[in-house]
Design a protein around this ligand. Structure first.
Ligand SMILES: *Cc1c(COP(=O)(O)O)cnc(C)c1O
Length: 465
């Protein structure tokens, strides 16, 4: 089909039938096997072959994709997917994401989309209020938490080196004064990746010891800071990916400030605890961080790709991310979104975040976070009463369970995945193999938890018998 000759009614028909396919996908999400039932080879056969000279009718293209999605996708957007830390998409966020694709705005500069610029301003202020961050913190909408950490740490690199007279964006790192980087033994690997990308090295960092729950030990941090003389970055964590535990942020902030170090916090999913009054104490102290990274595509339940960076030093943030020196001129100009992120041309990814927050409201967000944590405790209680050992203190939405020795646990995880009621992954926690349950989806109900528990316990009983 010659796309230039597609008429208005044809576009409407294509979009309406696509919406129908999407609705069917969502309707089946809760009852289909959670794992994919096709493998890569079968999918390459179904979808591949040489690209023909002749184009295919758009409706047929969509039809092919929709058919393959039935067996080739994982129901990770569904209510019984508990692998990694994933989350689904709130209906309002998903629908807003369709509009984002439809509008096809380039969210780089104000002139290209005043609406997207305005939505970034509004959403940034809502986010600061939810987390109780200073209103002066700058915000960037990036693709995920790794890029949020990259951006925050780039601001750190800018400020720390500017303080000793080195313009890193102009001169690079060859011959630059050294920056000491302290991260915990339990730092997420994406912190290491961000440091690598910034030329700060993944292995030259100093690792600070953690306690039995995976929290950075403040006494060990103080000891490490005592040995540092030059510019220094401390990376802390709000929400350990295994245990959900929080580093003692207030004390870490105090130690970092005392030493003049830049404090970056990885709060990929844990930051959202701030939305719940009962969990807020866990996050206390984060308001003193110099930069904070989080995800919207995990616990806020917006579609991929969506991460957020907050920075207490707006000039360092823009200095690291903006090519122009225009940020030096204090004019009351409108927000140019690209000044806060690594990309130039970019998707309007603040829009689904805006839609999610509007649709939830403050109390809906609190309820979402509290509900997931309640479900996690329900999992822990059910597994314990089934006779299995829960390895972590369930303070948030993450549960670690052992089904016996490492081999039994590994075999049980594989059998639970095969059984198909739910999906959980494996991990190693303090030398022991464990199954990790992450409750991050808005759609998960207590019934989903009970169905999953029944399946887990049945499978585990067969394996250990
Ligand atoms: C998921 C996660 C990240 C990385 O986030 P991406 O969105 O995948 O870049 C970083 N830190 C923690 C603790 C995470 O759980």
């Amino acid at each position: 089909m010659e796309t230039t000759k597609v008429s208005g009614p044809q576009i409407r028909s294509l979009l309406e039938s696509t919406a129908g396919e999407a609705a069917v996908f969502l309707e089946q999400l809760a009852d289909r096997p959670v794992a994919a039932t096709s493998d890569g080879n079968a999918l390459q056969t179904a979808l591949g072959g040489p690209l023909k000279a002749e184009g295919m009718d758009s409706a047929r293209v969509i039809d092919m994709l929709a058919k393959a999605s039935k067996s080739g996708t994982v129901a990770s957007a569904g209510p019984r997917y508990f692998g990694f830390v994933i989350g689904g998409s709130l209906p309002a966020a998903l629908a807003a994401d369709w509009l984002v694709s439809t509008w096809d705005q380039n969210a780089a500069v104000y002139a290209m989309s005043p609406m997207v610029s305005a939505i970034e301003v509004i959403t940034a202020s809502w986010l600061r209020e939810i987390v109780q961050l200073p209103s002066s913190m700058s915000v960037g909408f990036v693709t995920g938490c790794q890029m949020a950490s990259f951006t925050g740490l780039a601001a750190a690199r800018h400020r720390l080196l500017a303080n000793v007279g080195w313009e890193v964006e102009d001169k690079g790192l060859f011959g630059a004064p050294s920056i000491e980087v302290l991260i915990s033994e339990e730092a997420h690997f994406t912190i290491v990746m961000a440091l690598r990308l910034l030329g700060l090295g993944g292995k030259r960092v100093r690792r600070v010891a953690t306690d039995g729950r995976g929290r950075m030990r403040v006494d060990k941090l103080a000891e490490a800071l005592g040995d540092v003389s030059g510019p220094c970055i401390v990376c802390a964590q709000a929400g350990n990916v295994n245990t959900g535990a929080f580093d003692p942020l207030a004390e870490i902030a105090e130690q970092s400030k005392k030493r003049g170090a830049w404090l970056h916090v990885d709060g990929a999913f844990g930051l959202w605890a701030a939305a719940s009054p009962s969990l807020l104490p866990l996050v206390r102290g984060i308001e003193h961080a110099d930069s904070i990274a989080t995800d919207a595509h995990k616990w806020l339940n917006v579609p991929y790709d969506s991460g957020i960076v907050f920075c207490a030093d707006e000039l360092a943030h823009r200095g690291a991310m903006s090519l122009s020196a225009a940020y030096m001129v204090a004019t009351a100009h409108e927000r140019d979104p690209h000044e806060f992120v690594p990309e130039e041309s970019r998707r309007a990814r603040a829009v689904p975040i805006y839609a999610a927050l509007r649709a939830l409201g403050r109390s809906g967000l609190t309820e979402l976070i509290d509900r997931c944590c309640r479900h996690a405790r329900r999992f822990a209680a059910g597994l314990r009463s089934g006779g299995y050992e829960v390895l972590n203190d369930v303070v948030l939405n993450q549960v670690l369970v052992s089904f016996g020795d490492d081999d039994q646990t590994r075999r049980t995880i594989a059998a639970i995945q095969d059984e198909g009621t739910c999906w959980c992954g494996g991990t190693v926690w303090q030398g022991r193999t464990a199954m990790r349950i992450s409750v991050s989806n808005w759609a998960t109900t207590a019934d989903d938890v009970d169905r999953s528990l029944r399946a887990m316990l049945n499978v585990a009983k067969q394996i250990t018998a």
